[in-house]
Design a binder for this molecule. Structure first.
Ligand SMILES: [Ca+2]
Ligand SMILES: [Ca+2]
Length: 102
């Protein structure tokens, strides 16, 4: 979610989340630096709440493991739910917060 409302240009909305944490609602609670100078959404919050924790692994990834398609447990959004989602997307972010509007 963007930090500020977007303004349409015709029927198109353009927004760059990658330029800084403050681009996203919640700032550093929502995004992390995924490459030098490039910011992106924290992966792993399959059970959408304010925490990335074991519930996301157990109730989202584990339930969807082995599935093909876009599932809540597909943390890296490559349409495959597999160990890569748990090990490289969920695990590095486990224990972190994730800001969502109330
Ligand atoms: Ca969660
Ligand atoms: Ca995946």
């Amino acid at each position: 979610m963007s930090a500020t409302p977007l303004i349409a240009s015709g029927a198109t909305y353009s927004y760059d989340f990658t330029t800084g944490a403050e681009q996203a609602y919640g700032g550093i609670f929502s995004q992390k630096e995924i490459a030098p100078g490039v910011w992106g959404m924290k992966a792993g919050n399959g059970i959408v709440d304010s925490q990335i924790n074991n519930s996301d692994k157990n109730e989202s990834w584990y339930v969807d493991e082995g599935s093909t398609g876009y599932f809540d447990g597909d943390f890296n959004m490559d349409s495959q739910v597999n160990a890569n989602d748990k090990n490289t997307s969920w695990a590095p972010n486990s224990g972190e917060g994730s800001k969502i509007p109330e």
